[in-house]
Design a binder for this molecule. Sequence first.
Ligand SMILES: *[C@@H]1O[C@H](CO)[C@@H](O)[C@H](O)[C@H]1NC(C)=O
Ligand SMILES: *[C@@H]1O[C@H](CO)[C@@H](O)[C@H](O)[C@H]1NC(C)=O
Ligand SMILES: *[C@@H]1O[C@H](CO)[C@@H](O)[C@H](O)[C@H]1NC(C)=O
Length: 541
Amino acid sequence: MRRSIPALIVCASLVAAQDTTSSIDTDTTSSIDLDAISVVVPTTVFNLPVVYVTDDGAPAVTATSLAPSAVASSDPSATDVFDSPADVTSALSVASVLATATSSVAVDKRAASSCVPQPTGINHQVQPDTAAGWVADNYFASAASAAINPLPTGYVSSFVNLNASNSADNYMGYTLMTSYDAPGCAAKCSAINGCNSFNIYFERDPSVNPDDSTCSNPPSTVQVKCVFWGGAVTTDNANNYGQWRNQFQVLIAGSNGYINSTYAALLASGKVPSGIVPRTSQEASAQNTYDIYSGYDSNVGAYSNAKASSSYQDCETACDADVLCKAFTYVGKTGGQGPGTCWLKKKLGTPTSSGTNVITGSKTGKLNTLTVLSVVYDGSDITNRVQWKSGNNIVVDATDLTRSFGSPNNDTPYQGDDVLSLLYTNGSTTRVFTTQNYGGVFTLAPFGAASAPNCVDAFAQPNTASTGIVSVVWGPVQVAVQALYDNLNGLLVSKNSWQVENSFMMGDTDPYRLKHGVVWYTTSSGTIQSQLTTEHGVYNF
Ligand SMILES: *[C@@H]1O[C@H](CO)[C@@H](O)[C@H](O)[C@H]1NC(C)=O
Ligand SMILES: *[C@@H]1O[C@H](CO)[C@@H](O)[C@H](O)[C@H]1NC(C)=O
Ligand SMILES: *[C@@H]1O[C@H](CO)[C@@H](O)[C@H](O)[C@H]1NC(C)=O
């Protein structure tokens, strides 16, 4: 027996961290290999409300939700939940449940806020009205077994006649039925975008809210619940066997599971659901980079949790601080802004669609630091004149470089190429960025794509062969031709001179303009130097 925890939390940590697999036993008329379907066994129990009306005049909390984006709303007041048949067995031996229910509740005398009458259930009365009477009642089993023949169109049977409801992935709402109507329940699931399976069952519910000593074990009603899930309901995640409500025992019977046959076929073939959810964004904390899944939970349970005091980004800080942490799920306020709980996970698993107040992040790597090594503008080394040297985002404002740096070679923009070339380290790699004057504003970020698409195109990994030549820029682009690096490396060793022409530089990168360039190379002492070049000039290292 365990205390339940509120639904969103249950949702965030619904399943076990270990991948215990098992399968659906009940094969059906279809050719789908249901044995091939496995789900991760949940560690927590999902609870739907048992008490629907909490106050006189208050609207019934039926949580009936057919909205595509239904957010889990399990009953936070559910306590002493039965998560195994053994819990039920031991509860049945408690004297109070053997006693017949309190036959009448003092309706007139009760306070308005207690013993509030609950919706009447279906038209079936268990005799005697005890928990033991419920267990002995064959009515439930026969209704459940009849409900797979025929099956609701488009669904396969996952299990029949269990005593437990499911804690599957991606809760999508539930509804109370007026009878055990599997096709009706199926039709509702089909109408919900993303509903892939459903669970229908009988539940022994109290006729009044048993929240007072005068109504601690009231007469029961029988409710039929139809619960919708985005993930698969299976025997393995059927783990909610009921709970205590004061002296009243909530029990489940005749629980059937059905899975959309298209979805079941995909599951059986192993094609679903991993790898199909795209991240919604990428970002970095102070130390790491994260893929962000906004509006998503994931199907992996948490090993620990932490408080988010003001936003989901507090979860990144918490995850940064623990090497075990590879992912987190924030459950808090809409859009991730506001206090909440960070569920820390050892892996991401598969993101599963959830409410707008749920954000999952996956640690993708260490945050690189960007460090500028050398800056050349219009054939002149301006490394010492730039402000943007190091950090996580280097902003290069190339809207008017002449204003900032003049025209070092005294040529007009039409004569000279006015190129800015940047050599920088990004973590352990050395990279090059180039832009011409008036190119705009660029943000060089240590992760993900840079701010402008053409900026990414300008990047190229410098030559990595065993030469002292780090990188070569000619005109507006980095040259990435191995032969040039080999030639230059020979000259670096021999100290012979060379003349800078298009043919030597392996092509004309900017016809009609007088080009400048830079050859970055490593000296024998290991420092990086820039050899500036201008078209037609003669140089030696
Ligand atoms: C349902 O519960 C009863 C009572 O605990 C038990 O005897 C029975 O085996 C259970 N049925 C199933 C299918 O688990
Ligand atoms: C089963 O799922 C598929 C894919 O989402 C959907 O097109 C189909 O309508 C569903 N079947 C039923 C019976 O709802
Ligand atoms: C830095 O490297 C990361 C990969 O490690 C890459 O995603 C990012 O775009 C790079 N940023 C720059 C400015 O080179």
